[in-house]
Every structure is written in C-alpha cells, then in structure tokens.
Design a protein around this ligand. Sequence first.
Ligand code: NDP
Length: 278
Amino acid sequence: MTSAPDRYAVIGHPIEHSRSPWIHARFAQQTGERMVYSAIDAAPQDLAERVRDFFQSGGCGLNVTVPHKQAVLPLLQELSDRARIAGAVNLILRAADGRLRGDNTDGSGLVRDLTYNLGVPIAAQRLLLLGAGGAARGIIGPLLALHPAELVIANRSAARAIDLAQQFTRYGAVRGAAYAELGRQRFALIINATSAGLSSEIPPLPVEVLDAATVCYDLAYTRDTTRFVQWARERGVARSIPGAGMLVEQAAESFLLWRGIRPDTTAVLADLLALQAQ
Ligand code: NDP
C-alpha cells in the first residue's frame, strides 16, 4: 500500500485569493515530488488551534500569510536568523522530532524578483517602503543587505514605522516617517507592503514623491494589475509591477526548504501572469 502524499498548506485570513496552492502544485508536478498543498482559512482567534491540528494530524509544513506572520511566533519552538531579525514568519517546517521551526522567505523572494527577474537596481538607491506589518518586517533586512543609499519606511500609524526602523538601524541606513512627511522627496523604488489593496484602498502617498524615473512595486498580486500599480501607472512612473514574481520566488524558496529541491520559477511565473491576465 502506498503512503499518503506529504501535506502542506498556506494559512491566512482571508485566504480564498491565494495562488500558493496553484504554484506549489506546479512545483510538485515539475519536480515529481509527492505532496499536496491546500489553503486553510483561520480567523485570528483560531490560529493556534488550526496550526496545532495541522501538525498533530501529520502536516509537514505551512506558509503563513496576512494577518498571522507575527501572531504565529509564540507557537514555534525555533526561528531562523532571518525570521528572528524580521520578527515575522511566512514559513513553518516540522523537524523530525516534531519541533516547529519558523523561517522567512519573503525578503529573499522579493530581492530575487527585483534584481534577477526585473533588473531593478537597489545598491546606492533611495527606497521607500509603504507599510510596517508582517510583510514589511520580512523584507527590510534583505533590502538593507544590498546597501541602498537610504530606506524610508512610511506607515499610516507613523509610530509603528519609526519603531520598526529603529529595530533595523544596525543593518543599514533606515528611518521611519509619516506619509505626510514625505513631501517632495524622490525615490528610485517604492514598494507597497500595505494590505490597503485588500479593501480596494490606496495608501495615502503624496503624489509628489513619484516622478518619471520611479519604479513602483506592489506586494499584492491577485490580478495582472492592482489598484496601487494602476494608480502609479496613471501618474506616469517608469515601471509599476504587481508582486506575482515575489510570490513565486518566496514559494520556490519554501519548496527548497521543505523538499530539498529548488524548482524552476521562470515557466511557473509566466503561466501565473497569463492566468491572472485572463
Ligand atoms: P499586515 O496586516 O501585517 O500589515 C498591514 C499593513 O498595511 C500595516 O502597515 C497597515 O498600517 C497597512 N495598511 C492597511 N490598510 C491600509 C490602508 N488603507 N492605508 C494605508 N496602510 C494600510 O499585513 P502583511 O504585512 O502580512 O501583508 C501586507 C500585504 O503584502 C498583503 O496585501 C499581502 O497579501 C502582501 N504580501 C505579498 C507577498 C508576495 O509574495 N507578493 C508576500 C507577503 C505579503 P497600520 O500599521 O497603520 O495599520
């Protein structure tokens, strides 16, 4: 009798928009790995119970998405260095002894998409990061490791941005700010890491910060365009890109950590973009 395939899932709330099950099914097909990957909708008050049930019933690994990336920390027995520095987890691995280890592949996924897939320069550039939640936490360290001239974090609750920036000052030139303080500052790259798009909103970014040379990148990816991507395009920026590439790259690194094989992302990203354009 053949054993059941290994089980993986993404846990979040809401979760029906997630493309992660589709991506991991493609990776499994491509690499011949015997596994299934599903989506678990867990409201905040149910998170601990759903995570425990998943692993107690034999689950092998979870991706963690909005809004649980920080809330999941107390449920874990170990953290990778990058997850500890980020204070946020997007990936859980169950070790052979049953211990749960948190990791964070968001930052490496974003950096790989920006630099390898899209050819966007980071070193010596001025960067603006919108948002100070779980996704923002995961990408600050990997961005600073590429030595931008400065990374400014802007958030609706400015105190949260200032506090977050202070936690990273030892890793590079970073500061927090309120949106209204941004004024006429110019940035080579603006990364939207807010969840404003989930409620069809746009972060309150002063339009003066955009110019023809600005590249805008939205972590949101649910369609071929997003409200933020469209908003930036309409204001004439050089490039405005939704985050499907980051999603595929962070998933590939999750797959590598779980299965020991790095899938080829090129064809999967092309198919995902085609699917989203339909
Ligand atoms: P969190 O809930 O942890 O944080 C949400 C952030 O968005 C906070 O900074 C919050 O500000 C801000 N925000 C929410 N609504 C608004 C609004 N209307 N205007 C301005 N700011 C707002 O979410 P995550 O950080 O986990 O996720 C953020 C986004 O990134 C999600 O859309 C998620 O899908 C996406 N993502 C994409 C990935 C990819 O692979 N492409 C990977 C990871 C995340 P405040 O502190 O003031 O409340």
